[in-house]
Design a protein around this ligand. Structure first.
Ligand code: ADP
Ligand code: GN1
Ligand code: MG
Length: 380
């Protein structure tokens, strides 16, 4: 079935969450590609309170119970840490899961759909394009901080909510299947893009090979750090909260910094159709990596730092591959609003890679210089 983003929030679902007061209204919210997101407003004894509700996309997350178990553990861990550290404004720095009246983190609707609720984080917005190195710095710092907060999560390994999510080699297997089957007769529209994917296959496997061989360590990471999954404070413009936690699971730190590089440095939206406007911006890259390493430098190993430039290229390539595969398979994964939407997205990602390639030496030099400047302090 096509993922068009249409659905509604049943009232019998809302009434099962532990929310007091009178419902004023519910509206669709956000521009995510995967879940169905709504915002509700309530009158609680004269105070206006808002919540975020999401129907989990079960075609993507086949074990919503495991997704929610991960999210409960991760949000509890971060919230406790913020409390111990006496951090101000804590409920805007981590998602708060609102339970059902019977104490679960989810509610099922009459058709078996899975729903969850969070406190709506007020006074924030998310970005589709970054304008300044300062914004890029805040975004990088927030993801470095998120990884650091989870580095000491105890207990069993988190569930892999989407197995092999960033496994380039397995993504290629599926892509080649889509090309050879050509079920929608779309291969003819995408010959140049298919050729690009073939040419870049070997290089694209670099991160996953490094992870699987043990050259870089497995860590808990977010796995979907595109910038609109980070909420920015409306007043001071600093990043407040990393959201969209469905894919928090084991991976490499490089998946996260790579997705930041992909989204933050391009000076254009992911949906921009005029690829002449897609251009890698070195000053945004510098701000981003400075911010990220100001938090992450203390735990990253030299092998991880060395792969930061490649991570940006790699995650951009995997996104190009996934958009193209979805186009060839008939647009069943990402929400689309027009024909060729996913092909356009793939072209946009390829333009990002080409622009990075034109500035590759600058990217390498800048990363090395920032890493050197952010060396962890030697112990006493
Ligand atoms: P998707 O998986 O579909 O991308 P997200 O969890 O990212 O869904 O939610 C969609 C958007 O809604 C996010 O990009 C973010 O801007 C916004 N959002 C999500 N949760 C909250 C929240 N608790 N408070 C405020 N905004 C939120
Ligand atoms: C999806 O859920 P959302 O819109 O934040 C996707 C990411 C892609 C992104 C591209 C679970 O992210 O992997 O990078 O679209 N999430 C999933 O915009 O597939
Ligand atoms: Mg999202």
């Amino acid at each position: 079935m096509r993922n068009t983003g249409c659905s509604s929030l049943p009232r019998e679902v809302l009434s099962q969450f532990a929310i007091y007061g009178e419902l004023e209204f519910v509206e669709p919210f956000g521009s995510g590609h995967i879940n169905h997101t709504y915002r509700s407003q309530w009158n609680q004894a004269g105070t206006r309170v808002r919540y975020t509700h999401q129907r989990i996309n079960e075609k993507v997350f086949v074990r919503p119970d495991e997704v929610m178990e991960n999210i409960e553990r991760v949000t509890r861990h971060i919230a406790e840490k913020l409390k111990r550290e006496g951090t101000a404004d804590r409920s805007r720095r981590v998602l708060s899961v609102v339970p059902s009246w019977d104490g679960k983190s989810w509610v099922r609707d009459d058709h078996g759909g899975w729903w969850r609720t969070y406190l709506f984080i007020e006074g924030t917005h998310s970005l589709e394009v970054v304008q300044s190195p300062g914004e890029a710095r805040f975004l990088g710092k927030s993801v470095g901080c998120f990884q650091k907060q989870l580095a000491d999560l105890e207990g069993p390994r988190l569930h892999e909510t989407i197995p092999d999510f960033h496994h380039m080699e397995k993504r290629y297997v599926r892509f080649y299947d889509a090309v050879s089957q050509d079920l929608c007769r779309r291969v003819k529209d995408a010959e140049a893009e298919i050729a690009f994917m073939r040419e870049n296959e070997e290089r694209g496997g670099m991160l996953i090979r490094a992870l699987k061989s043990g050259a870089i360590p497995e860590r808990i990471c977010h796995n979907d750090t595109k910038m609109n999954n980070i909420l920015i404070d409306d007043q001071d413009k600093d990043a407040r909260c990393v959201v969209d936690l469905d894919t928090v699971m084991p991976g490499t730190s490089l998946f996260d910094v790579g997705d930041l590089i992909r989204t933050v440095t391009a000076r254009a939206e992911e949906d921009e159709q005029d690829i002449a406007l897609v251009a890698f911006d070195c000053t945004l890259f510098e701000g981003l990596i400075n911010g990220y390493l100001s938090e992450a430098s203390e735990f990253l190993l030299p092998g991880e730092k060395a792969l930061i430039p490649e991570s940006g290229r790699n995650i951009t390539q995997i996104m190009a591959l996934r958009f193209l595969t979805d186009y060839l398979e008939g647009d069943h994964y990402y929400k689309t609003t027009r024909p060729r939407h996913n092909l356009d997205r793939c072209r946009n990602q390829i333009a990002r890679i080409r622009s990075m390639d034109c500035q590759w030496q600058a990217i390498l030099d800048m990363t090395a210089a920032i890493s050197k400047g952010n060396q962890p302090q030697a112990g006493p």
